[in-house]
Design a protein around this ligand. Sequence first.
Ligand code: CP3
Length: 354
Amino acid sequence: MNELKNDRYLRALLKQPVDKTPVWMMRQAGRYLPEYKATRAQAGDFMSLCKNAELACEVTLQPLRRFPLDAAILFSDILTIPDAMGLGLYFETGEGPKFERPITCKADVDKIGIPDPEGELQYVMNAVRTIRRELKGEVPLIGFSGSPWTLATYMVEGGSSKAFTKIKKMAFAEPKTLHLLLDKVADSVISYLNAQVAAGAQSLMIFDTWGGVLSPRDYREFSLQYMAKIVDGLTRENDGRKVPVTLFTKNGGMWLEDIAATGCDAIGLDWTIDIANAKARVGDKVALQGNMDPSMLYAPPQRIREEVAHILSGFGEGTGHVFNLGHGIHLDVDPEHAGVFIDAVHELSQPYHK
Ligand code: CP3
């Protein structure tokens, strides 16, 4: 069994006692850090950075050198799976991700296969292995993927979207085609995440960034059902330790009971729900991760500390809380404010863990 020097993050996810509330930040490696921009320039572009294990490891570790974070997250992207399926991922500056060959019909779905995690996606597993080696047991490593629904939105829309008309047209006019696609993506996610665990990931997170654009019934049919299938198919123990699974549906605060029923270990919350309310509803079943508005990092340090205190008191005493932002850190945030946030969580949470 691999010993961890700081296992506070894994313990909180499994609701075991901790000395203080663990904290990490979604998108903690990224453009708000000048050293990230320098390494990305060295790699050439974002995907080349993801595909270079040494440089992906370097940017994963950068935020940990600055801040006393309780977890590292693999530097990669959720769109590696559709890229490996042959859709041709590219990034246009200022416009976000795009696909050369989006999915438009059943024939397109029939053509795609389940990528081999140690084949087309081996660069991700190499990054996981390199990061685990270089972390030297300091903190756990989080592996991740997108949810089938969220991945499908990019695959069908051909990139980012505001109204999601193409994928909703497929959902409501050709539901069988979309289910076929979601099922293939779910199988791909299972094999991808299990390979990340085999390569050294110690916890898993599924990002369902766009589940919240669906009605409650459609959320269960097109998003949650496939996340539940994934939770069922995952390796939940490795190397003598449990591998906790966190599901994050942005804007999913209405559906916490349904999400908890998948059998996941933790639910990621955005800032539109009061954490006290979330705990009262599902706190006996799952741990909670979140949930400060990432824009709060624009506030002066005193206001950031006040917000951290408010969220900590909302969760109250005991374990089962991993502090985080409710979504990714913004690229124009002052890194010093991120430091204020992290220190505030560690300092102000101690009275809740007596
Ligand atoms: O959290 C981390 O530090 C780990 C790395 C990570 C990235 N993307 C790096 C990245 C993770 C976990 C993701 C997940 C991801 N990617 C999601 C789900 C989480 C969320 O934010 O909702 C989504 C929807 C994507 C798809 C994606 N990748 C988009 C929309 C973009 C463009 C964003 C932009 O503002 O340009 C990316 C690119 C991307 N992924 C960047 C980073 C650091 C920026 C690329 C760059 O350096 O230019």
